[in-house]
Design a protein around this ligand. Sequence first.
Ligand SMILES: *Cc1c(COP(=O)(O)O)cnc(C)c1O
Length: 381
Amino acid sequence: MTDAAALLTVDLAAVAENWRRLKARLGGGACAGVVKADAYGLGAAHVGPALYAAGCRTFFVALAAEGAALREVLPDAEIHVLGGLLTGPVDDFFTHNLVPVLNSLNDVSLWRAACDKYSARRPADLHIDTGMSRLGLDAGETTRLKDDPSLLAGIEIDVLMSHLACADDPAHPLNKAQRGRFAEAAARIPARRASLANSSGIFLGADYHFDLARPGAALYGVNPTPGPTPGPGHMPGGANPMLQAVRLRAKILQVRRVAPPDTVGYGAAYTAQEPMTIAVAGAGYADGYFRSISNTGHGVLNGRRTPVVGRISMDLTAFDVSGAAEADARPGAWIDLINSDHDVDALAREAGTIGYEILTALGARYERAYVSGVNGAEDTP
Ligand SMILES: *Cc1c(COP(=O)(O)O)cnc(C)c1O
């Protein structure tokens, strides 16, 4: 299949289908694509055009440099920069036609000055904080602006936005509080469009949708409805309504027999309790296969669960393949680290983190293949 030690397959048809599924939930509302952090590690240069082909026209990145890189492959898309003006040279916003998200009244002044300097009146977005206490105008600044919208004089606001802190927990009271504060601000602050929902926010119901949704993680297969309390748009049992978009495989580099009292790996953190067969595969924590998976996670060898044994090394991981057919457990064969049966969220649970971190940590050393349709996208309408 390949000479590489590990292979990451990204299913662009699955990403496009996920975008269409999210868009379909929005009634007539628009759906953006959040492709910050290199499309959550999947590769923005591939994901961006795939989303564009599916009909997505509005993209969000975190940094100006990410916006400039995306502009190379998406000459006609709208590209918005969530981190705002301080993430790069202000020139970049003009040269690459990027829309900054202004996060304070001071940012508003900076943008006004920049537009004057370039003699170009360019729209900007405005982020108001409604309960996340991260980026955006604080409550005091928001009130000043609601009372005196002329503070925006000379600036055209495209997207008025806010960000939900607890959207993955439909029962959390902060959702309603944030929605209320945002709706109040949107009624008073003039803007072309209002935007509140991230992936999980889309599943909180229509009153969270406003004009434009901003999903990221769900596009890439992370479950936007992880429970425990079901919300209005949730599937029974918290099932994942999205298609898996990544498959990660590590090649078996060596197979060995161990028996008590042999130990496996650094720190002798695993001791063989009986004679067993160990497959050593070519991915480790330097590739984003987190060390916290040591002795707890598992891979899949030809449909068979193979537990991780011992500590994950920088470049290598040992799996217990005892009982597997010799034809399966052989050097050159592949162990699935992420696939449709052992998905990003499942691996994240084993690692003690979230699917977002698993994806954004996907290693630079993996050989990458971009395909369409391996995870069932072609079977769906
Ligand atoms: C990352 C981000 C999103 C996308 O969130 P997901 O949970 O990945 O859908 C949307 N809006 C803002 C402001 C973000 O930072």
